[in-house]
Design a protein around this ligand. Structure first.
Ligand SMILES: [Zn+2]
Length: 478
């Protein structure tokens, strides 16, 4: 099975290896790259601002506004507060076909504030930090959109460019609401990238995920005087998590289940009336998540019966695995190779090695090389993204660019590098690659059609069913 899918992949790669590289005027691409080079200083400034704001999911007001204003100053028409999220926006320029979209994230992670320093040193203890490099993500994508706009304004490209300001990637699956509300459906192609420890056109998918809450409601009583009159919600919760841990032996090795107990009683001398656990379940494909989810529902019901309490199971959000587009990956790869690898100074390499020493990682330094295009793995490495939802409604091209050395991700080293030249260099390379690729997508109808043909083939009979609940997104009250 494994072998077959690998063979099929090579066949597909070979089939698309004849993609026309000559349909685009290289001068136009050079101008796109030049437009980014010209704006480098202001892009770095904008990224550093968002790095310092470090706002978490759906609270990214200053970050979203900084990006929106930048787009407006560049002549984009900006629609704020789309899909019911005050921090989500669409910036568009141009008119008519083709319509090319590009995604930009900007949310931070709680509790990992860090200075741009190679030792663990919070900027503000306990505050959020950009441990996934989304400050770079948003600005690189917007910079690429602006480069395309400049060519449109000069009459060198025709069509519509649309930058999507997509909040709440780290929690809440903001893009799933935007997909549910149909904001991507008229795009010809969509692009995205992500900060990483290696540079490559991505051909591996991500994990599908479901995010849910289980609550237990019992009856309070004095824990010593008349415990027989009480029913413990924590008993229900414990029976549930025990059931989850028993289930681990009977799921596929690709399944991941994790939970955090949010409420488990207040004091030992009261039989707890209420308990709450937050869970995620993942697998390589959405189709694999579904049967696990069903088992988890049954475990919650069984646990409630064991404890004589009530249970409530609420799906909060989730996302699909990324639908990889190999034709698109090939195009990204061509542009990556055309632009060339990232070159680091000795000081930057030493900064990276110092981080690796501090985290007990191998002292390999930074890898700015461009990895060759590989065959997709049958199962993705661990991790999920709401780009997955977008990729099932519009062909989506995905790139990874080095912005940090190999050490801990979603942690202080990524925050540190994202606020200095290592992160900035990755951001600029990503921006140039995305801009050059968009020039191809505007100019070369044949490649665009090949990307769309692969997408149509892979989504035959597919119906999009988001995990996010009906109704508006859970926007926090300020
Ligand atoms: Zn991320």
């Amino acid at each position: 099975m494994r072998l077959n899918s690998v063979c099929l992949t090579f066949a597909l790669l070979a089939l698309f290896s004849s993609l026309s590289a000559g349909a685009t005027d290289v001068k136009v691409k050079e101008e796109a790259v030049g437009a980014i080079e010209k704006r480098k200083a202001e892009m770095i400034k904008l990224s550093d601002q968002i790095w310092a704001f470090a706002e978490t999911a759906l609270r990214e007001h200053k970050s979203s506004e900084a990006l929106s204003r930048y787009a407006e100053r560049e002549g984009f028409k900006v629609e704020r507060g789309v899909a019911g999220m005050p921090t989500a926006f669409i910036a568009s320029y141009g008119q008519g076909q083709p319509v090319i979209g590009i995604l930009g994230e900007f949310d931070a992670l709680p509790g990992i504030s860090q200075k741009a320093s190679p030792v663990k040193e919070p900027l503000e203890a306990g505050a959020p930090g950009h441990g996934c490099g989304h400050n770079l993500f948003g600005v690189a994508s917007l910079g690429a959109a602006v480069a395309v706009k400049e060519l449109m304004a000069a009459g060198k490209l025709k069509g519509t460019i649309r930058f999507y300001g997509t909040p709440a990637e780290e929690a809440g699956s903001g893009k799933a609401y935007m997909t549910r509300d149909g904001l991507f459906k008229d795009l010809d192609v969509c692009l995205a990238w992500h900060p990483a420890t290696a540079t490559q056109a991505d051909v591996d998918s991500t994990q599908a995920l479901v995010d849910f809450i289980v609550e237990f409601k019992g009856k309070a009583a004095h824990a010593a005087l008349d415990p027989w009159d009480g029913r413990s919600a924590v008993d229900g919760l414990e029976a549930f998590t025990h059931g989850v841990n028993l289930l681990r032996e009977h799921v596929k090795p690709t399944v991941r289940m994790h939970y955090a107990i949010l409420k488990g009683g207040d004091v030992p001398n009261v039989v707890p009336e209420y308990a709450k656990v937050w869970c995620w379940a993942r697998d390589s494909k959405r189709a694999g998540v579904e049967p696990v989810l069903q088992r988890l529902r049954e475990i919650a019901e069984g646990a409630a019966r064991i404890a004589g309490v009530e249970s409530k199971f609420t799906i909060q959000s989730g996302c699909y695995e990324i639908l990889v587009n190999l034709t698109g990956a090939k195009l990204l790869q061509q542009n990556l190779e055309w632009i060339g690898p990232i070159k680091y100074t000795e000081q930057e390499q030493e900064f990276a090695r110092a981080i690796q020493r501090a985290t007990g990682s191998e002292q390999k330094g930074l890898n700015g090389e461009i990895k060759p295009l590989k065959a997709p793995s049958p199962d993705p490495p661990g991790g999920s993204t709401d780009v997955g939802d977008v990729s099932w409604v519009v062909p989506t091209l995905h790139l990874s660019v080095t912005t940090a050395p190999e050490s801990a991700w979603h942690a202080w080293p990524v925050v540190a590098c994202g606020g200095m030249s290592i992160g900035h260099k990755g951001m600029i390379l990503a921006s140039k690659t995305l801009a050059a690729t968009m020039v191809d997508l505007f100019e070369d109808a044949k490649t665009r059609e090949a990307i769309q043909a692969e997408f149509k083939e892979k989504t035959k009979g597919f119906v999009y069913k988001p995990y996010v609940a009906d109704g508006p997104p859970p926007v926090p009250k300020e």
